[in-house]
Design a protein around this ligand. Structure first.
Ligand code: NAP
Length: 355
């Protein structure tokens, strides 16, 4: 706790795609923090960023940067978290990490406050992890349905925004769009590829005027790391270690907000009416489902909002125990920064004794 009697917070990675949204969220949420210290790489040291209406100077990541810090949010690449999060914890901070570095560590809880808030209290390593943005884009809605119906199987396809790959992903899409805008490209094999050139940024193929069935790196038997994350993390958060999960991750030319189609099979027969009631009342979920009047969630409307938006709720035609859903969530807000902020707020309440 600092002089104000409030917990001191560090935001590590304050200059990144997630960090930028984090500073907005910290400026919008109840002001529960004492000092907010902004940390990034030495490249950014000395830059000034606005948070809570004040300009705060960014400091370079080093051990001393955690002196006096109670809670440290890490919004940095995996390898940076892997090295520095335990160091921050050893200097007395509770770390809330957005990266993949600790998510599957059995001694690190993986927390979504709407689904398993109790898990954040048990922190053998003083670390709490938040899930991947794709898992987070659906798990709040699925957690609500699971609590009532008992989930038995998931089949998921994602339509992932480029900001899931950080600032570099957004820069790449914008650059490629500027090269194809106003042209007749997209009518012959390879014409988009030739126009955007060999530098496809963090993506293996052009992403403008395209969809790319690949997110992450290659794992066993042709699965991608992103697909394995969705499977492993969903199982851990829901406490269903043997849940069958099949995932195909696809990148689409959307700046921010991931979308997913979900086929969810439950223990017994389900009704659409009850599913809609659950989704309409679940905290953190908005039901947006009236196809007769063209109402369903799309990234163009969901971006910049907090909830998980669910539409196209149908019972599977060939299985009365299964539902089909279309889900959208802002990958930088609930998909990363908001979830991390919510976890940090749970931890801060322990410091201040707030309910
Ligand atoms: N983007 C998403 O939708 C999303 C969703 C969930 C989780 N995540 C995870 O959140 C983390 C951040 O992602 P992002 O998309 O915000 O990435 P990003 O836009 O590339 O930003 C990376 C941040 O990390 C900092 N950084 C990089 N190397 C560093 C170093 N050696 N020392 C100190 N700081 C360093 C950068 O600081 P400089 O500006 O100084 O380089 C920047 O602030 C990643 O682990 C990612 O997997 C992202």
């Amino acid at each position: 706790m600092d002089r104000t009697g409030k917990p001191a917070l560090a935001v590590v990675g304050a200059t990144g795609a997630v960090g930028t949204v984090m500073l907005q969220i910290l400026s919008q949420h109840a002001d529960i923090w004492g000092e907010i210290r902004l940390i990034a790489s030495p490249r950014s040291a000395g830059r000034k960023l606005a948070v809570r209406g004040e300009e705060v100077e960014v400091v370079a990541l080093c051990e001393e940067a955690f002196d006096g810090i109670d809670v440290a949010m890490f919004d940095v690449p995996d390898e940076v978290s892997a090295r520095w999060a335990p160091l921050a914890a050893s200097r007395g901070a509770v770390v809330v990490d957005s990266s993949a570095a600790f998510r599957m560590d059995p001694d690190v809880p993986l927390v979504v406050p709407e689904v398993n808030p109790h898990a954040a209290r048990i922190r053998p390593r003083s670390l709490v992890a938040g899930p991947n943005c794709t898992t987070l884009s659906m798990i709040v809605a699925l957690g609500a349905l699971h609590a009532e119906f008992g989930l038995r199987e998931l089949v998921v396809s994602s339509y992932q925004a480029v900001s899931g790959a950080g600032r570099a992903g957004v820069d790449t899409l914008r650059r490629q769009l500027s090269l194809v805008a106003g042209t007749e490209l997209g009518t012959g094999p390879g014409d988009v590829r030739r126009a955007v050139g060999d530098d496809t940024g963090p993506f293996p193929e052009p992403v403008a005027l395209n969809v790319v069935p690949w997110v992450g790196s290659l794992r066993e038997d042709g699965w991608s790391s992103e697909e394995m994350k969705v499977r492993d993390e969903s199982r851990k958060i829901l406490g269903l270690p043997d849940l069958p999960v099949a995932v195909t991750c696809v990148r689409v030319p959307v700046v921010t907000t991931h979308s997913l189609t979900v086929h969810a099979r439950f223990e017994d027969e389900v009704t659409v009416d009850r599913a809609r009631e659950i989704l309409a009342t679940a905290p953190g979920v908005v039901l947006c489902d009236d196809p007769a009047s063209g109402e369903f969630p799309t990234p163009a409307d969901v971006v910049g909002t907090d909830p998980t938006w669910v539409g196209r709720v149908r019972r599977a035609l060939d299985d009365p125990t299964a539902l089909e859903l279309f889900v959208c969530g802002d990958n930088l807000r609930k998909g990363a920064a908001l979830n991390t902020a919510q976890i940090a707020e749970l931890v801060a309440a322990e410091f201040t004794g707030a309910p």
